[in-house]
Design a binder for this molecule. Structure first.
Ligand SMILES: [Zn+2]
Ligand SMILES: [Zn+2]
Length: 342
């Protein structure tokens, strides 16, 4: 089968690899759509420890083409979304229902302790417990189940409740998906901070109430004037400056969610007195759980989000490198790859 393979730092090649055969409790899925994520870009740039050659791609959906002998619930022809995270189900975090924090996590194409070839490929094999049926949902929308499952995990972590005031720092594809999820989850006013004009207007069109340019206004003052105290600030960039900025916007009882992937060696300044006296929390969110993945598929199947609005560029496998270049140049929003399309 054809795959888009990272063969070294900043090198993607479309290569032939053996088509994976499903084991007893696995499915073989023909990948129809796979979103490109910032994590893929990090792997391409060599920012994450990767054993080359490897096939990235962890936001996918497709059609079941073969099933292992022990599989009863699925048949060839079934349409599914793929959860790339395979927890061990044996460690303490797994037993606590926090499978995203598994100590022995395997990821299909993502970042984890063990990485197996991902979905920028014509076919993947996947444990039967890692898919959700999508009914007649289109594959491109279903490919958002993984990133949406991560966003749902994030909102669970900050315990968002109806009517709370939220700021999202960074309106890339994930920031915009978060805005839509916040809207669907009953958030009160949603303010977006984003320097790129095109992204600010996208934020307004997908449900933000205000979109501010942090390079042109005093963010803290303007946010306070517009919406008063901020309950939840979500950082969707992954930089120490924007994490500090997000945290500086929250009021008493506020929660700052670190959603963007920061550099491993970054540090931020934090006032422990504010954490104490204002009970202002800094909360992390990593990846997704089987539970948040299932909820993401339910939301998508029920039309709660408009993911079409987020897709700006579409490619075959040969286009993956171009997609990375566009992401580095902040061009467009979500990139989608169709591995079985020329
Ligand atoms: Zn991702
Ligand atoms: Zn585990």
């Amino acid at each position: 089968m054809r795959t888009a393979t990272l063969t070294g730092e900043r090198t993607v090649e479309v290569t032939e690899r053996p088509t994976p055969e499903p084991a007893e409790d696995e499915l073989q899925v023909e990948v129809v759509a796979c979103g490109v994520c910032a994590t893929d870009l990090h792997m391409y740039r060599g920012g994450l420890t990767v054993d080359y050659p490897m096939v990235p791609g962890h936001e996918s959906a497709g059609e079941v083409v073969a099933v292992g002998g022990g599989v009863e619930r699925y048949d060839p022809g079934d349409r599914v979304a793929i959860n790339p995270s395979i927890p061990c189900h044996e460690c303490r975090p797994c037993k606590a229902g926090r499978e995203n924090l598994c100590r022995d996590l395997t990821s299909i194409g993502g970042a984890a302790t063990h990485v197996v070839d991902g979905a920028f490929a014509e076919y993947v094999r996947i444990p039967v417990g890692n898919v959700e049926p999508i009914g007649d949902l289109d594959y491109r929308t279903a490919a958002f189940a993984e990133p949406l499952g991560c966003c749902i995990n994030g909102l669970d972590r900050v315990r968002l409740t109806s009517g709370e005031t939220v700021v999202v720092v960074g309106a890339g594809a994930i920031g915009l998906l978060l805005v839509q999820l916040l809207r669907a989850s009953g958030a009160g006013p949603i303010v977006v901070s984003e320097p790129v004009e095109e992204r600010r207007s996208a934020a307004l069109s997908v449900g933000a109430d205000h979109a501010l340019d942090p390079t042109a206004v005093d963010l803290r003052e303007t946010v306070a004037d517009l919406v008063g105290d901020v309950d939840v600030a979500i950082e969707a960039v992954g930089l120490p400056q924007t994490i500090e900025q997000a945290h500086s916007l929250t009021g008493p009882g506020g929660r700052t969610l670190v959603f963007g992937v920061p550099p491993e060696d970054a540090t931020v300044e934090l006032s422990p007195f504010d954490v104490f006296y204002g009970e202002r929390e800094v909360v992390g969110t990593y990846s997704l759980t089987p539970g948040t993945f299932a909820r993401a598929v339910t939301m998508l199947r029920n039309g709660r989000l408009d993911t079409d609005a987020l897709v700006t560029d579409e490619f075959g496998l040969e286009g993956l490198e171009r997609a990375f270049e566009q992401m580095e140049a902040t061009e467009g929003l979500k990139k989608m790859v169709y591995p079985n399309r020329e």
